[in-house]
Design a protein around this ligand. Structure first.
Ligand code: COA
Length: 154
């Protein structure tokens, strides 16, 4: 995690008003796009929160999470391709850590496809460790792909 976050990256906590924007960003980042309704149904839950991150004048990334008092799960995170490798995901994960500390949760969990090189590198750089594996969890063009369960202890 970067020690000095880029001051040009603005983090905004998401509300239900961001559902359409988050669905658009999600569709640009993933093949299995989540609808605006799916984001609305999640964002309305008291346990769900997220951020969008703005660089210059453009919203370039989003993260959505669900937390209990003990642990937090990253439900989805993505950065538009033109904004990648510029610290946007790092900035959102820094915001997440602060929020998780406020909640008092002890762990952050997520699932990542074993062939997702960029995401695995991101999570490794942010201090996540593999704590489990779901064999053949995701469909893939060349056969099913394992899901890695990663965790970061606060
Ligand atoms: C994974 C993803 C969110 C990373 O977002 P990003 O804003 O580009 O990441 P950052 O710029 O904050 O990268 C932080 C660090 O993570 C690592 N990293 C990120 N992308 C990487 C890549 N493609 N290759 C190698 N390392 C990478 C690096 O250590 C990087 O630091 P550095 O640039 O100083 O070397 C982005 O690639 C993405 O949206 N992918 C598609 C959606 C997706 O797979 N989401 C995750 C699902 S689990």
């Amino acid at each position: 995690m970067a020690i000095s976050p880029d001051p040009h990256l603005t983090l905004v906590e998401s509300s239900i008003a961001h559902a359409e924007l988050m669905a658009t960003l999600h569709a640009a980042c993933f093949d299995d796009a989540w609808s605006t309704k799916e984001f609305q149904d999640l964002l309305i839950l008291p346990t769900v929160f997220g951020f969008v991150v703005q660089s210059m004048d453009e919203i370039g990334g989003f993260i959505l999470c669900q937390a209990t008092s003990d642990e937090c799960e990253i439900l989805t995170i993505g950065v538009l391709s033109q904004w990648r490798r510029q610290g946007l995901a790092d900035r959102m994960l820094q915001g997440l850590v602060i929020k998780v500390q406020e909640i008092g949760a002890r762990k952050i969990f997520l699932e990542v496809a074993a062939d997702n090189v960029a995401a695995k590198a991101l999570y490794q750089a942010e201090g996540f460790k593999e704590v489990g594996r779901r064999s053949g969890y995701y469909p893939g063009l060349k056969g099913r792909i394992d899901a890695l369960i990663l965790a970061k202890t606060m």
